[in-house]
Ligand binder design. Structure first.
Ligand SMILES: Nc1ncnc2c1ncn2[C@@H]1O[C@H](COP(=O)(O)OP(=O)(O)OP(=O)(O)O)[C@@H](O)[C@H]1O
Ligand SMILES: O=P(O)(O)OC[C@H]1O[C@H](OP(=O)(O)OP(=O)(O)O)[C@H](O)[C@@H]1O
Length: 227
């Protein structure tokens, strides 16, 4: 049996269902709106497991599901050395979002990361503590800033409504996912003029431990190949 983990709600779930339907595999939720049970039609030996997108990386790595759909951002953030446990089977063409660093629009002299670095240095001298960046992407942001030799900052954890932390004065800057940019604009934030920390997209992942003939047949049916 191949257990297929799919986000349990929202656009990510709908678009995942559409992606599989276009390849002859019909996924659906069964029961009431609140019941997380699912059905698979068009192929034998595959079970649908509805999960939070954020939990799918861990479930794949733990071998509790063999296939899973989630954003590349969540896999890279949640699993250090993810390539040893997971195979990136196919980008799915939706769920595009960029992980970016943003600062208040009113910081007129802060355009790029060099400006940000000097503001961070001055901030520490002026306030006696490091400038705060709110994010839930701790691993990715730390690695990106370390690669640019920027150390005068601290991360503060924000698991949601991250763009609001600056107005609430719990952070000076944020690192979060953006797609249309509307949430940033609404909260008077601007993106630093740099390449994104990461470009993310909904992707079909397989656990290495789950690879075998059954998986190969299913991936062939879907028209994708693992490595
Ligand atoms: N505005 C957006 N546009 C496109 N993709 C987005 C957007 N916001 C988030 N995503 C992507 O959707 C995926 C799921 O995001 P999210 O973090 O909200 O899931 P989650 O934490 O599992 O949600 P929940 O805990 O509410 O079930 C991530 O890969 C993320 O990159
Ligand atoms: O650029 P935009 O199109 O405005 O999208 C960006 C927003 O979407 C996500 O939030 P989500 O709605 O998933 O809620 P969250 O705050 O719980 O992460 C993300 O965290 C941003 O806040």
């Amino acid at each position: 049996m191949i257990r297929l983990g799919v986000p349990s709600k929202g656009r990510l779930m709908e678009q995942t269902f559409d992606w599989f339907a276009a390849r002859g595999v019909r996924l659906s939720r069964t029961g009431s709106d609140r019941e997380y049970a699912g059905r698979v039609e068009g192929v034998e030996g595959v079970a649908l497991v509805l999960l939070s997108a954020g939990e799918i990386p861990r479930e794949l790595a733990a071998g509790r599901i063999e296939l899973g759909v989630t954003g590349t951002d969540l896999v890279r953030e949640k699993l250090a050395g993810w390539r040893s446990d997971l195979i990136e089977v196919a980008p799915m063409g939706f769920g595009h979002a960029d992980l970016i660093l943003a600062v208040p629009e009113c910081w007129v002299d802060c355009v790029d990361l060099d400006d940000f670095a000097s503001i961070a240095r001055d901030f520490r001298a002026a306030h006696g503590f490091r400038l705060r960046i709110a994010t839930k992407y701790h691993r990715l942001v730390r690695a990106w800033l370390a690669g640019r030799e920027l150390a005068d900052y601290q991360l503060v954890d924000s698991q949601g409504a991250t763009e609001g932390t600056v107005a609430n004065q719990t952070a000076e800057a944020i690192a979060d996912i953006t797609s249309s940019g509307e949430t940033l604009r609404a909260n008077n934030l601007k993106i630093l003029a740099e390449e994104p920390i990461l470009r993310s997209e909904a992707t079909l992942f397989a656990s290495r431990a789950g690879m075998g003939d059954e998986m190969s047949r299913f991936l062939t049916l879907l028209g994708v190949a693992a490595e």
